[in-house]
Design a protein around this ligand. Sequence first.
Ligand SMILES: [Ca+2]
Length: 370
Amino acid sequence: MRLISFLILTAESLVRAVEAAGDSANQRQPIIIDTDLFSDVDDVGALAIANVLHNYGLADLRGIVLNTPSHYGALAASALCTYYGNDVPIAAFRPITNDTFFDSFFYLYGEYASKLAYHWPRTLNSSTSTPTPVELYRTILSSAEDESMHIISIGLLTNLADLLKSEADHISPLSGSELATTKVGELIIMGGEYPSGWEYNFGGTDPESTAYVVHHWPQSVRVTYSGSELGGNIFSGQNLVHRLPPDSPVLSAYQWYVGRGSTARPSWDPITTLYGILGLDWVSKIGIRPMLEYANDCGYNTITGSDGSNAWVNDTGVTNQHWLRLTDGANHSMAALLDDFLSCDPSSKSCFLYEGLSENMKDMPMFPEI
Ligand SMILES: [Ca+2]
């Protein structure tokens, strides 16, 4: 409880304001986020963290592609980015629909995407005016530095399969597979269960695309998986009502989705996005020991059934694929850290840095030895 009580202090009391860590362009991790922003609100948490770390100078949010067809998804993504002061290229999935989320499974969770789209300013006027996801992927990748891009997939894998299948065109003389090989440093996927199981992103809607990506992703490019068992046990957003202003789209989306007076939600996509930006080098980037680690040394993921089930294959010849797990005892501290990021002021340019932490915090086990 002592650790928790420290970590739920406001961001301002944890750190002193320092210059953004992004003075050096080398520290900004370029990312593309592939999201099913529409139903579960943890995509909102993921986009919030991506925008916060973009503003801190740790991430370079180059683009957002939607893998669900409702036009509200792209508009809601634009509203979130606009709230954080960022005009991020966005691609709507095609064909575009007017769908709104209805929870016909639990009859519990509420719709938020259309509300974000219509009640907050946004730079994107219309989903129909955006490029397609493959066009935006190809445009961003073709201009990226070699092996620099991190693709963070927090939804269905339809767009990534379409990217891999894309041929040379007016955007790039390279095929989609060649662009991935040349430009992508790491693919980070929230999907599957590890070491084996079934999870919705992999099998819920488009298991064929999942199998294509898992089995055809260029073998030379790193892949890291974030399974359902990781984020499903970490509840973030618990106290947002006490830490965010009433007009925050992040607070509002969590309130609308979770409902019944609660804003706590599993953290599948926020954790995946945090890793996709920071990797495991947290000490130099945010001043604390990483709360994530690789669960395996070698092997690769495989899709074992037409329903999108997956299983890890042990193979000492493959060392660039991993799945993530928490470090020992990091469950509550991870939730508190995510809440700190979710609660950041949208205009904040300061960063958590080790030097700024209080003397008491330095004694906590998550912080490095001095
Ligand atoms: Ca998602």
